[in-house]
Design a protein around this ligand. Structure first.
Ligand SMILES: Cc1ncc(COP(=O)(O)O)c(C=O)c1O
Length: 332
């Protein structure tokens, strides 16, 4: 089976080994416990950061990245950046006020080197340019820019690893080959890398990417482009040609807007709790709801949110969201 081990690219180990796959009862549903990846903050960002931070570390660059003020990508990047000695600056935009967003904003504030505020989503590119330019103007090195959600070709490599890992777990008899694999879709890197990794690992499971972000970001076009570009990179390093087929984007769980819950997501969250999984309302409860709506065959749910305890990360955080960021948490 193709392996990422021989790739001549820098990688910093953050995962701590393969994440477990567990049955969710007797009816053919399984979960990939990505929520317990890493040691500090779990979820789907850890695999991406092994490659993204690996490159930043190797080149000695600071990192500049962007997202909404409660973004898991920003939290994970700031936390793991601090852990491995890479300074992280974040450009933040408004989002609906949720308990997860409040907590994430506090953790981000405690771990980022500097935070730049964009008062509207439209201001985001200008604030990013200002942050980048101010480093350059005063004689600094250009920082490495990680895109929204860490979804670049490098970030996708992390989830190629995730797809290969699932294929290896199937080959080892840990679970039957899934008919469908459900994953939340935001900036696309997780679904794209997973899809490609499964095919490189010889698994033909349908990838069901459940849209949880606006369609300008979470689009089939973007997932296909990311997967295609990542495959092109890997082909230069010995990967076989594989067909990219059986990707389905589910639009129907998104609801009224980003980070806004739905009745189906709330019900999914309650049913997940009953089998020992804690979901959040923006991404994972929508992906789980999509799986519950199709209760046949062997299904695998990829749990992409963090389930690691947050006390250690909150220990150095302020008790409340700092005033500079509080105005970005808008009432839904
Ligand atoms: C918990 C969670 N699940 C899924 C996603 C979607 O991942 P991606 O942006 O790679 O599509 C995100 C993105 O922020 C996330 O925070």
């Amino acid at each position: 089976m193709f392996s990422l081990h021989d790739l001549p690219l820098a990688r910093v180990p953050l995962l701590g080994g393969p994440t477990a796959i567990e049955p969710l009862g007797p009816d053919g549903a399984w979960v990939k416990r990505e929520d317990l990846s890493g040691t500090r903050y779990g979820g789907n960002k850890v695999r991406k950061l092994e490659w993204l931070l690996g490159e930043a570390l190797e080149s000695g660059l600071d990192v500049l990245t962007l997202g909404t003020v409660g973004s898991n990508h920003l939290v994970a990047t700031a936390v793991y950046g601090q852990a491995v000695g890479v300074r992280v600056q974040a450009v933040v935009a408004p989002q609906p006020d949720t308990p997860t967003a409040r907590r994430n904003a506090r953790i981000l504030h405690a771990h980022a080197e500097r935070i730049w505020v964009a008062r509207t989503a439209a201001e985001l590119p200008f604030t990013l340019a200002r942050a980048w330019g101010s480093t350059r103007l005063f004689g600094g090195y250009p920082p490495a820019v990680f895109p929204i959600g860490g979804s670049s070709v490098l970030g996708c490599l992390g989830w190629v690893g995730g797809g290969l890992e699932i294929a290896a777990q199937v080959a080892a008899g840990e679970l039957p080959a899934p008919d469908r694999i459900y994953v939340a879709l935001g900036s696309g890197g997780t679904a794209a890398g997973l899809w490609l990794g499964l095919r490189l690992g010889g698994l033909a499971s349908e990838v069901v990417a459940v849209r949880a972000a606006p369609s300008w970001l979470a689009s089939p076009f973007r997932v296909r482009r990311l997967a295609g570009n990542t495959l092109a990179l890997l082909r230069r390093h010995g990967a076989p040609a594989v067909g990219l087929d059986r990707l389905r984007i589910v639009d129907g769980q998104y609801g009224p807007g980003y980070a806004r819950s739905t009745a189906a997501a709330e019900e999914a969250s309650a049913r997940a709790e009953a089998v020992g999984l804690t979901l959040e309302s923006t991404y994972t409860s929508k992906a789980y709801a999509a799986m519950l709506a199709e209760p046949t065959g062997t299904r695998l749910f990829v749990h992409t949110a963090n389930s690691r305890p947050l006390e250690p990360l909150l220990a150095t955080a302020l008790d409340e969201v700092p005033p500079s960021l509080a105005g970005l948490l808008r009432r839904a």
